[in-house]
Design a protein around this ligand. Structure first.
Ligand code: MRU
Length: 360
């Protein structure tokens, strides 16, 4: 299967596949300043929780190269300021803050300024490498949940484009397909930014997995007709009790799935699990510009002057979620305990250690 590489470090620059231009054009942005990376995240040229975490780590490496400071203390202060700007680029996906914190920890452990740039670059590259490995492990666990026959429904884009490679929920679908399971795939358009129509459809085509695009509001009808065997989505933040923030519309799908007796699964790396947050109530939901609702690519799709509300995410209460797959295994309710175990089992590497330390 063709591999999609949305994030590449080359010749001292961060190369990002501009996701606002897909599927019509494949344009690569070459960025060498951290503020450019912040803008790219905010404008959703790179998006998806794990992908913005990896990109943020590279933004920290670029910031280190840009900072002119008289000593290590001043350098760390200035890096801290850059970190705050990077972490604030988008509020909901915890991976962004997770990656920035991990990079800051590495910077504070380095006492030699002349080695700092290389050290931070290597850490960003490690985060990127780990992310793809984690996705493949998650795929291995998650594929067992998928049917042989029947149909899987997914929402938004959770594939290679949303990560360093392979994907979370889409990675699970891919792993099932690679293991020889055969099922139909339905993917939602994902209004208003059309991550599903533009990006997931394109990824399935690249992978050679047949998929059928539906409008978001057709999902209920398909479920009621018995045409969906399970639903699987990604996540931007999972609270300690399993409440999950993901692309707006996920909550609707989960409620419909329960109403129709269909399992609803979430696939997310442990870097998306926020054990510091007891419930989903405190997850900050990003509000995007109303123009994303009233316009498409600059052309109006609604009358001038209409008010529009554009929450980018919603929170699905844990009671609607049948299982949460991470690289630490398949967590089932009650999530309070199973997610903690999943984070611990997530490899025993720095990735999961950070989460456990955070909780203590
Ligand atoms: O606004 P986006 O496109 O960044 O939202 C992406 C999602 O909601 C994904 O489902 C989530 O990040 C999981 S991605 C692997």
């Amino acid at each position: 299967m063709a591999e999609i590489r949305p994030i590449l470090w080359s010749d001292g620059q961060l190369h990002l596949l501009d996701q606002t231009r897909l599927p019509l054009e494949q344009v690569t942005l070459k960025l060498d300043g951290y503020q450019q990376v912040v803008d790219a995240i905010r404008e959703m040229r790179v998006r998806g929780a794990p992908a913005i975490g990896v990109t943020a780590a590279y933004a920290m490496a670029l910031a280190s190269r840009q900072i002119q400071a008289s000593g290590l203390g001043e350098f760390l202060d200035m890096l801290g300021e850059a970190a705050s700007r990077i972490a604030a680029a988008r509020p909901t996906a915890v991976n962004l803050q997770w990656a920035v914190q991990r990079m800051l920890q590495v910077a504070h452990a380095q006492t030699d300024r002349s080695r700092m740039d290389q050290c931070l670059l290597e850490e960003a590259q490690l985060i990127q490498k780990e992310d793809e490995e984690i996705n493949r492990r998650m795929g291995d666990y998650g594929k067992e949940l998928l049917p042989d026959g029947g149909a899987v429904l997914t929402h938004c884009n959770t594939g290679a484009l949303a990560t360093s490679g392979y994907g979370t929920a889409l990675g699970v679908i891919r792993a099932g397909w690679e293991a020889g399971r055969r099922f139909d795939v339905y993917n939602t358009e994902t209004r208003p930014f059309l991550q599903g129509a533009r990006l997931t459809s394109w990824e399935f085509q690249q992978l050679g997995i047949p998929a059928t695009l539906i409008v978001d509001s057709a999902a209920g009808m398909l479920m009621a007709r018995g045409q969906i065997s399970c639903v699987i989505t990604g996540a931007d933040r999972v609270a300690a009790n399993g409440d999950t923030a993901n692309k707006v519309g996920t909550y609707t799908l989960a409620v419909l799935a329960q109403e129709n007796g269909i399992p609803f699964y979430v696939a997310a790396p442990t870097s998306t699990i926020d054990l510091n947050l007891p419930t989903g109530e405190d997850i900050e939901i990003e509000e995007r510009p109303p123009e994303e609702v009233t316009h498409f690519q600059g052309a109006p799709t609604a009358p001038v002057g209409i008010a529009a509300l554009n929450p980018a995410f919603d929170v699905t209460p844990h009671r609607y979620i049948s299982a949460i797959v991470s690289e630490g295994g398949v967590a089932r309710p009650p999530y309070q305990e199973s997610l903690m175990l999943a984070v611990r089992a997530g490899g025993g590497d720095r990735h999961s250690t950070w989460q456990i330390e955070k909780q203590q």
